[in-house]
Design a protein around this ligand. Structure first.
Ligand SMILES: [Zn+2]
Length: 108
């Protein structure tokens, strides 16, 4: 017989002040031992015994992987802009003045 997943009704999570709450539905025992559900999806907000509709770990991984790709693409664009702008400023006759003014503003 396998142990039910942590946070399931048959294997509630023991909570402490430092407990990091998992994403999605989970069952826990409050300090007086009462079994409680922290719902993470609409289905379980309406009915604690309903099937959990929270994202699976694979769905969360897909979502975060896509978010990482978008952030990397955004960073790549920002890096290109930064290098182009730096080159233009460095080649400008007032480049040093612009850099000094930028440095001053950055520390305001
Ligand atoms: Zn759920």
């Amino acid at each position: 017989m396998t142990t039910p997943a942590a946070g399931s009704r048959d294997n509630p999570v023991t909570t402490t002040v430092e407990t990091v709450l998992p994403v999605g539905c989970f069952w826990f025992l409050d300090p007086d031992g009462t079994l409680c559900l922290a719902p993470g999806c609409t289905a379980r907000i309406q009915d604690p015994d309903a099937q959990c509709l929270c994202d699976t770990l694979a769905a969360r991984l897909d979502h975060l992987t896509e978010k990482l790709r978008a952030l990397q693409a955004r960073q790549e664009t920002a890096d290109k802009w930064w290098h182009a702008l730096s080159d233009v400023v460095n080649e400008h006759p007032d480049g040093q003045t612009i850099l000094t003014a930028t440095h001053t503003r950055r520390h305001r």
